[in-house]
Design a protein around this ligand. Structure first.
Ligand code: LLP
Length: 424
């Protein structure tokens, strides 16, 4: 994103062009930025540990245009559900290019997951007999709760440790792999996803060490080798001025050092190292272009836009900060205002007090930053508000990559029994 003659642009495409052509609110993704983010991360990890593979957790932005960019760059896909496996297949990925990390799966999920032929990553040992009912995978991975996790989003996204619902308790890990080995499974991997949006290299080193201690002991005790160890995602981005920027090289270096030390300590055959981040690739490459529709002076000044909790759920869900720019006015003096969407809930009043351009007026465009990850995929239709459009920008061109929903989408799957239908 740049500001040229006061006008906000995305890879050379003015926000005003996006608003004019596609309406508001609209999600915008910058192709170049996604590629740069991915390349930076892969370069850092392969530099410090060449036997490395990067996956993309498609849950954070499941637009197939975005997923195809990452596929072109060499990413595999981390899928959280059967439908996400199907999204991976829709971009031509399957087999060991896809990791299926569901949790609390139904029998149907398990059967379809197995039939899909992707890497099955089990969230608990209790799933194994249920998998075996449908067939025996050649390769199995378990998601391990290393006993500790952390998150830059607070407890909301801390996915390991005693309070998390995910992964296998450290004391149950040996039994899980033993059951798999006894069932005749020959190939093994291991996985964790301890938390999201972290920027401290030492955190990554610590949690990698904890996981490797569990894996090392398991390998020793059972005489099994691990083909891969997947450290999950969690590479953070700054949202607010003053937030730490992740030192990706240092992070990769500290992870690789810890990994090698533990591999040597336990005499493991060096596994392939894998990660499956998401936010780091698309978070800062995505924006929402919205419009100011009304301004109210009440107990305070409230700027009403079409970017609400339905468009971007993170502020209302987690209290997350997203930076907001006002098109054409970024060099004006600032005055504190509130800002909200159009939903009938007060959690939609998602900015209570923020210095924005003092001349902000009805009709202005606002641009919400860092909306690429967990933005569109977490949007919903509450109050009959429809999901926005998604646009990809690349080298001065813009492409509609998902249409804005219409009223038909609101009633698409709804059936009214005949005795309730109005007589026309
Ligand atoms: N792998 C697994 C198994 C995951 O559950 C996740 C995210 C990732 C990878 C990617 O994590 P990342 O690199 O993006 O940290 N909705 C929240 C974030 C939830 C994260 C869920 N799992 C937010 O808006 O901040």
């Amino acid at each position: 994103m740049q500001i040229v003659n006061k006008q906000i642009q995305f890879e050379g495409v003015p926000a005003a062009v996006i608003a004019e052509k596609y309406g508001t609110p609209t999600y915008v993704y910058e192709e170049k930025r996604i590629r740069e983010n991915f390349r930076r991360a892969v370069a850092a990890f392969t530099k410090h540990y060449p036997n490395f593979r990067m996956f993309y957790a498609i849950k954070c932005c499941n637009n197939l245009a975005v997923a195809n960019i990452l596929r072109q760059e060499g990413a595999g896909i981390d899928a959280a559900s059967v439908n996400e496996i199907l999204l991976a297949k829709a971009i031509g990925l399957g087999g060991e290019d896809v990791m299926f990390s569901g949790n609390f799966l139904s029998d149907d999920d398990i059967r379809q997951g197995l039939e899909s032929g992707v890497i099955f990553n089990l969230d608990d040992a209790s799933l194994l007999p249920r998998v075996l009912k449908f067939g025996k995978p050649e390769l199995i991975s378990f998601r391990i709760n290393p006993g500790f996790g952390d998150s830059g989003i607070g407890e909301f996204v801390t996915n390991a440790g005693p309070k998390a619902k995910f992964g296998i308790h450290p004391e149950h890990v040996v039994a899980a792999y033993k059951a798999a080995k006894d069932a005749g499974i020959k190939r093994f991997g291991a996985h964790m996803m301890p938390g999201s949006c972290m920027t401290d290299p030492e955190y990554f080193a610590r949690v990698t060490g904890m996981l490797m201690d569990i894996i090392g002991k398991t390998g020793r005790e059972l005489g099994i080798e691990f083909e891969f160890v997947d450290l999950g995602g969690g590479l953070g981005i700054p949202y607010k001025e003053g937030d730490e920027t992740l030192d990706i090289d240092k992070t990769a270096q500290r992870i690789a050092e810890t990994f090698r030390t533990k591999v040597a300590e336990y005499g493991l055959k060096p596994p392939r190292l894998m990660m499956e981040p998401a936010r780091y690739f698309v978070g800062d490459a995505g924006y929402i272009v919205g419009r100011v529709h009304a301004i109210k002076d009440s107990y305070q000044r409230i700027v009403g836009t079409d970017v609400g909790m339905n468009t971007l759920a993170r502020p209302a869900m987690y209290g997350s900060y997203h930076h907001i720019l006002v098109n054409g006015r970024e060099d004006e003096a600032r005055k504190p205002v509130g800002l909200c969407g159009q939903i009938c809930e007060n959690t939609d009043f998602w900015v209570k007090h923020r210095p924005l351009a003092e001349g902000i007026a009805v009709g202005d465009l606002v641009v919400v930053e860092n909306a690429g990850a967990y933005g569109y995929t977490m949007s919903y239709q509450y109050n009959g508000r429809l999901r926005p459009a998604e646009v990809l920008v690349s080298e001065g061109k813009h492409y509609l990559v998902r249409e804005r929903e219409t009223f038909e989408d609101l009633v698409r799957n709804v059936h009214v029994p005949a005795h309730l239908a109005p007589k026309v």
